[in-house]
Ligand binder design. Structure first.
Ligand code: PSV
Ligand code: MN
Ligand code: MN
Length: 386
């Protein structure tokens, strides 16, 4: 196989998971702008996700968020997905939206609240059993707002206890992915604020616990690709929640704010041997003002473009320049790949997959947007900004 055909094969085999919540109405705490045709049920979200997969060919799974996607028969929902050409992906737990969680969920000082939160996490594993999902994604809003409000170490103990109970409930082929976020909604301490805290917990929990890197969850200037390289080296990178940020947790389209950063991240994934099913590529975004389905298609394409550039890095030339201590030469090898226009290559990949070279145009031509605007009235909010 020539190098370029290997690159094409790797691109055709990529799998980028889209989040059910990206298809629903969303906004900020100031305003949620409703859009026409927005899904009214988990099934309609899956129908929209199926359109993304139909036109890109690389978005075969959809992440669920419980309870936003609550239904009485998850196995039936999984069959519905398959009938539409997609599968159910990660199950995202939600222990942050109820009054009981004012002082936290699994870190709450009240054992009854901790029990309630843990029960929800365990229920999510039941759902995974029914849907055939591999990954449980855990993001905790837990933290404190004022110095002295609660005992920082005791909260870590409570967290560890809950995580261990979840681990013990996992099936052999299931994983728990622990997400971190440096602040918000808690402003003084956050119980899982950074990759190091997530890593320390995952290390104790063993191989089924892995860290998930949400690209929007870092302080400005953080070198995310370094974190990626390190976690991969330690066998602890479980996946990504991709999105873009300018200021805080903006949840904009991945690759929109800083395509170079996305390329650097994807390069570390490829170079570190993480380009395979063991590292889940997931989107975690909200489309507040732009039309959702084309925005998600664009996001998938942005990830593909960064991946193509990462795969095109001349690794041999780079290794040689690095070994020679050639600072400018090594940097030039990386920049050559980043500055390559990979759109024609991806168009070819799509045509070879039997797809339209331009997924956004194909989507617009399909008339799906007009059809759902006509047939769906009273679309539901994604869960945010209520
Ligand atoms: C909140 O910051 C968040 O964006 C986390 O990244 C989760 O993954 C997502 O919401 C869904 O719970
Ligand atoms: Mn996330
Ligand atoms: Mn987030």
């Amino acid at each position: 196989m020539t190098a370029i055909s290997a690159v094409k094969a790797a691109l055709a085999a990529q799998a980028i998971e889209t989040p059910s919540w990206a298809y629903g109405n969303s906004g900020t705490r100031f305003k949620v702008f409703a859009q026409p045709g927005v899904p009214r049920s988990p099934q309609e979200k899956l129908e929209d996700a199926a359109q993304v997969h139909r036109h890109t060919g690389v978005a075969p799974t959809v992440a669920l968020h419980i309870p936003w996607d609550r239904t009485d028969d998850y196995a039936a929902l999984a069959r519905f997905a398959e009938d539409h050409g997609v599968r159910l992906g990660a199950i995202n737990a939600n222990v942050f939206q109820e009054d009981d969680y004012r002082l936290g969920s699994v870190c709450n000082p009240d054992p009854a609240v901790r029990r309630k939160a843990l029960d929800h996490l365990l229920e999510c594993v039941d759902i995974m059993d029914a849907t055939g999902s591999r990954d449980l994604k855990l993001w905790f809003a837990d933290g404190t707002n004022y110095p002295g409000q609660d005992d920082i170490r005791a909260r870590q103990d409570r967290l560890a206890e809950a995580l261990e109970a979840v681990r013990a409930r996992l099936g052999e082929d299931q994983r728990m992915l622990l997400e971190y976020k440096f602040f918000e909604p808690a402003f003084y301490t956050t119980d899982v604020p950074d990759w190091g805290t997530a890593y320390a917990h995952c290390l104790r929990l063993g191989p089924q616990a892995q860290v998930v890197v949400d690209t929007g969850h870092h302080a400005p200037g953080t070198n995310i690709e370094f974190i990626v390289a390190l976690l991969l080296r330690e066998g602890k990178l479980g996946g990504f929640d991709f999105n873009s940020r300018f200021y805080a947790d903006d949840d904009l389209m991945v690759g929109a704010a800083d395509p170079f950063q996305l390329f650097r991240i994807m390069y570390e994934v490829v170079a570190g041997g993480g380009y395979g099913p063991q590292v889940a590529f997931m989107l975690d975004q909200c489309h507040n003002i732009e039309p959702k389905i084309p925005a998600i298609i664009r996001s998938v394409m942005n990830v593909q473009e960064a991946t193509a550039k990462a795969l095109l890095v001349d690794r041999e030339a780079l290794a040689k320049a690095q070994a020679d201590g050639d600072v400018l030469g090594s940097n030039a090898v990386l920049m050559d790949a980043f500055n390559t226009d990979v759109r024609p290559l991806l168009a070819e990949v799509r045509e070879e997959m039997g797809l339209d070279a331009d997924p956004v145009a194909a989507y617009h031509r399909s008339g799906w947007g007009e059809r759902i605007a006509e047939s769906r009235r009273g679309g539901r909010q994604a869960g945010w900004g209520a």
